[in-house]
Design a protein around this ligand. Structure first.
Ligand code: HEC
Length: 420
């Protein structure tokens, strides 16, 4: 058995497990090639061997796997199976891996989880990171659920090809090699970077550097902090580069940035060392300057086991063009709509998303002109399956409602400030 290894990512502003300074490196164009996206080789070979290709690591069973099975599966797959479930899934490690490959309980779990048939639709679903962890474990890190399953958007993802613009130089933003131990689950590491340039430059393109895809879950590249954070780039499986048509976003000697990497070693691989990050392509500060406008509201209150919306409206004070936008919510986001309410009473939609998935966050094309006096109205929808109240905030378990929009002229970015 072998498969594509697609690495997961998701985006969140989460409590960081560790902070450290990263390093920056200027590299030659030759070295700037695409990193390994890790297609794992598959042995097509003979299935008569008794030794299974994948034996999930035992050391994670008690600490990681058993708690997930107890919470999300044991209601039916308990020691005494109930509600028609065929067998127990909580009889211990040996029981799950017993038998010939293809007929073990772990093999059945993998196909049920990948097809999203378990847990059944009417019962409590696994949060995405626990689903990833469980799938990673039963497949020895070979499989990952497609995070964009179920996501519907009425705009195209903004993806800008493979070739960096002529006359630019790459600047790699990546941490010193990070060791990701076999028991590391949901570890958010933040790396701070400053003094990246000695004079003003334009960032013409940003692309991901994918190093050890077995443990890489997500990458974000932001400036500012706390409630004032602005996203410059975020990576999820499938995310491409972003590139400005001409010119770019200004970066100066005093600007500082945070690279956040979320690691998840659900498969318990013993030798993971990662130095993933982002690559900026810098050019002279000439041509069009773009800005990042970030309307947001933190007035979010979603009662237990309920749905709710949060709305941000603001009135444009100048004419500007939107190039692309990056809707951002956390775990319980469900829908996202952003409209322009014209002064003549008409409504133009910027974007509508349904089936929000925390792991599948992208910049979308939004080629819309906004005129002074138009109103922008952003509505974030939430669906809270938990038994606690969820409010706006910066932790993983809090919610957010943002649309990071690339706008021109750059001065337009200061509109719609404030967190209410
Ligand atoms: C609400 C009850 C319920 C929950 C919760 C539940 N299951 Fe099931 N499961 C069933 C039933 C009923 C069947 C048998 C009928 C079917 O396949 O739909 C089943 C079948 C299975 C099978 C066997 C499929 C086969 O044909 O061999 C596996 C494997 C499985 N579930 C895994 C899981 C896992 C993993 C979880 C937790 C993440 C889970 N289930 C949670 C009810 C449940």
């Amino acid at each position: 058995m072998s498969r594509y290894l697609i690495t997961p990512l998701f985006l969140l502003l989460a409590a960081c497990a560790s902070d450290s300074d990263g390093t920056k490196r200027l590299v030659d164009m030759e070295d700037a090639g695409t990193e390994d996206m890790s297609t794992q080789d598959t042995s097509t070979g003979d299935t008569s061997t008794t030794e299974p290709d994948c034996v999930p690591v035992e050391s994670q069973y008690d600490t990681v796997v058993s708690p997930i099975l107890n919470q999300y599966c044991a209601e039916c797959h308990g020691a005494e199976p109930a509600f028609g479930a065929p067998y127990s899934l909580v009889d211990g490690y040996a029981d799950l891996v017993d038998g010939p490959e293809g007929e073990r309980k772990v093999d059945a779990m993998l196909s049920e989880l990948m097809e999203r048939t378990m847990p059944p639709a009417f019962s409590q679903q696994l949060p995405h990171n626990q689903l990833d962890t469980l799938v990673g474990w039963v497949s020895c890190g070979l499989e990952h659920p497609d995070p964009s399953d179920g996501l519907e958007a009425n705009r195209d993802v903004w993806d800008t090809g493979d070739t960096p613009p002529a006359g630019t130089e790459p600047l790699e933003i990546r941490p010193d090699p990070q060791t990701i131990g076999p028991n590391v689950i949901d570890d958010y590491r933040n790396f701070n970077f400053s003094n990246l340039v000695t004079e003003d430059r334009f960032v013409r393109r940003i692309e991901p550097i994918i190093d050890d895809s077995r443990v890489l879950h997500h990458i974000t590249f932001t400036t500012g902090s706390g409630l004032d954070v602005t996203y410059w780039y975020a990576w999820a499986p499938g995310t491409g580069a972003i590139e400005f048509p001409d010119g770019g976003m200004r970066i100066g000697p005093n600007d500082s940035f945070t690279l956040q990497i979320h690691y998840n070693n659900g498969a318990g691989v013993p030798d993971a060392v990662d130095t993933s990050g982002v690559r900026l392509y810098l050019g002279d500060a000439i041509g069009t300057e773009y800005g990042m406008m970030s309307p947001t509201t933190f007035s979010i209150m979603v009662p237990p086991e309920s749905t709710a919306t949060a709305t941000k409206t603001c009135t444009a004070t100048m004419d500007f063009d939107i190039i692309a936008g990056f809707p951002h919510m956390h775990e319980i986001g469900s829908t996202f709509t952003h409209d322009v309410l014209r002064q003549d009473g008409s409504v133009e939609n910027l974007i509508t998303l349904t089936g929000w998935n925390f792991e599948a966050q992208y910049f979308y094309e939004m080629p819309v002109r906004v005129n002074a006096g138009d109103q922008l109205r952003m509505v974030c929808g939430y669906d809270n399956p938990t038994n606690r109240m969820v409010t706006g905030g910066q932790n993983t378990s809090d919610e957010m409602c943002f649309d990071f929009m690339i706008v021109v002229p750059a001065e337009a970015a200061t509109q719609c400030g404030g967190i209410f």
